[in-house]
Design a protein around this ligand. Structure first.
Ligand SMILES: NC(=O)c1ccc[n+]([C@@H]2O[C@H](COP(=O)([O-])OP(=O)(O)OC[C@H]3O[C@@H](n4cnc5c(N)ncnc54)[C@H](O)[C@@H]3O)[C@@H](O)[C@H]2O)c1
Length: 357
C-alpha cells in the first residue's frame, strides 16, 4: 500500500464557515495536523473539544510563524480582514484558501494575485456553489454540448433576513458583493472564454428601510452583457422570512441554442413540520451541513479539493483571476445602481478611483 503525503493545515476564524472547514479538515486523512486560530475563547474551546487540533490560539500570527503549516483557510469576518490575513499568509509562504470576497478593493485583489504568483503558492476563493452537484450539471450540460451554445441565464437567489441582518451588520458590502457574487462566479465560469462588457443593476429598498436601515438594499437585480453578444440576469436578496437557520433559496435557468435547463435549488424537496418550529426546510443553507455520516452541501468537498490541490500540486477550482473578474462585475453593479445607468467593463481608472470602500 502506498503512503499518501500528509500536510498540516491552519484555519483563521472558526465561526459558521470556519467551523465547517474545521470539521472537514478534521475528517480528511490527508490532513496530518490541524491548527486553529479564533479570537472568541468559547468558540476556540469548542474547536479544541471537538477536533483536538495540534495547536489552538487566539493570535493567527502563531499559525503564520509555524513552518510546519503549509496551507491556511481564512474564514474570519468582518470581510476587510480578508486582505491583510491573506497577504500575510501568502508572504509567510502558505497556500491560501480565502472565503469570498477576495478583498475589498481591486488593488488589494491584484496584490494578492501578484504575491501568490511570485511565491508559487496555491490561492483560491470560496465560491462553494461550484461544488453543488446541480450547478455542476448545468456546466457539464454546456460542456458536453447538450444545451448547444449558451443564449442566456437567469439566477434568483434569496437568503433569510436573519442572515441578511448578520451580514449587513458587519460589512457595508451589498447583496451584489455578498450574495449575487456566487451566481456571477458560476455563470461567468460557464460562459468562459466570453468576457463581461456591460453591467446594469437596480436595488429594492423596502424591508430594511422600514426597519430603520434605509441604506441597506433588500435585493439587487443585475443584467450582465458579454462580449459574445449574450446577456444574463442575476437577482439576489436577503429578506426572506426565517424558514430554517441560514435558509437559502435559488432557482436557475440556463438557455442554449439546443436546449434549456431549469434547476430548482429552493429546497422545497425536504420539508420538516414540527409542533415546536412549524415548517422548516432542512439542508437548505448555502455551504451545507453534516448529516450524520454524509455532507449535504458543497463546502466540505470544496475544502477537500483545495487540500488535494496543495498536496498533489493540482490546479485550484477557483483562481484568483476569476474571483477578481467577479469582483469587477459586482463593483460595476453597485456603481450602476449609484449612477442609475449601465457601466462598461473593464472598469477604467476613473471608475476605480470613484469607488467608495
Ligand atoms: N461559501 C459560502 O457559501 C459562504 C457562506 C457564508 C459565508 N461565507 C463567507 O465566509 C466568511 C465567514 O462567514 P461566517 O458566516 O462563517 O462568519 P462568522 O462571523 O460566523 O465567523 C467568523 C469568525 O472569525 C473570527 N475572527 C474574527 N477575527 C479574527 C482573528 N483576528 N483571528 C481569528 N479569528 C477571528 C470570529 O470570532 C468568528 O468566529 C465570510 O467572509 C463570508 O463572506 C461563505
Amino acid at each position: 500500500m502506498s503512503v499518501v503525503e500528509q500536510i498540516e493545515v491552519g484555519i483563521i476564524g472558526t465561526g459558521w464557515c470556519g467551523g465547517i472547514r474545521a470539521e472537514a479538515l478534521h475528517r480528511n486523512p490527508i490532513v496530518g495536523k490541524l491548527h486553529i486560530a479564533e479570537i472568541r475563547t468559547d468558540r476556540l474551546q469548542e474547536m479544541v473539544d471537538w477536533y483536538s487540533p495540534a495547536t489552538a490560539t487566539e493570535d493567527y500570527n502563531d499559525l503564520l510563524a509555524n513552518s510546519d503549516i503549509s496551507a491556511i483557510f481564512i474564514s474570519a469576518t468582518p470581510e476587510h480582514l480578508h486582505f491583510p490575513m491573506a497577504k500575510e499568509s501568502l508572504e509567510a509562504g502558505k497556500h491560501v484558501f480565502l472565503e469570498k470576497p477576495i478583498a475589498i478593493s481591486l488593488a488589494e485583489a491584484d496584490e494578492l494575485l501578484a504575491i501568490s504568483e511570485k511565491n508559487n503558492l496555491k490561492f483560491s476563493i470560496g465560491y462553494s456553489q461550484r461544488f453543488n452537484p446541480k450547478y455542476a450539471y448545468v456546466r457539464e450540460s454546456l460542456l458536453n454540448g447538450s444545451l448547444g451554445e449558451p443564449v442566456t441565464a437567469l439566477h434568483s437567489r434569496h437568503i433569510s433576513r436573519g442572515l441578511g441582518e448578520k451580514i449587513s451588520g458587519r460589512t457595508k458590502l451589498s447583496p451584489a458583493a455578498m450574495e449575487a457574487t456566487h451566481d456571477l462566479d458560476f455563470v461567468l465560469w460557464c460562459l468562459e472564454p466570453a468576457k463581461p462588457v456591460k453591467v446594469y443593476a437596480q436595488n429594492s429598498y423596502k424591508y430594511w428601510k422600514d426597519k430603520g436601515s434605509p441604506q441597506i438594499p433588500d435585493c439587487t437585480w443585475i443584467i450582465v452583457t458579454m462580449d459574445s453578444g449574450i446577456c444574463f440576469t442575476i437577482g439576489a436578496g436577503w429578506v426572506l422570512p426565517k424558514s430554517y437557520p441560514n435558509y437559502s433559496s435559488t432557482s436557475m435557468e440556463m438557455i442554449g441554442t439546443n436546449g434549456a435547463l431549469v434547476i430548482d435549488d429552493t429546497h422545497r424537496d425536504v420539508i420538516l413540520h414540527t409542533e415546536n418550529d412549524g415548517i422548516q426546510f432542512p439542508m437548505s443553507t448555502m455551504p451545507g451541513e453534516y448529516v450524520g455520516h454524509v455532507y449535504a452541501g458543497p463546502m466540505a468537498p470544496e475544502t477537500d479539493y483545495f487540500v488535494e490541490a496543495c498536496v498533489f500540486d493540482k490546479p485550484v477550482m477557483v483562481t484568483g483571476e476569476q474571483a477578481r473578474k467577479v469582483m469587477e462585475v459586482y463593483i460595476a453593479a453597485d456603481m450602476s445602481v449609484e449612477r442609475d445607468q449601465p457601466v462598461s467593463l473593464p472598469l477604467n481608472s476613473n471608475d476605480i478611483s470613484s469607488i467608495r470602500v
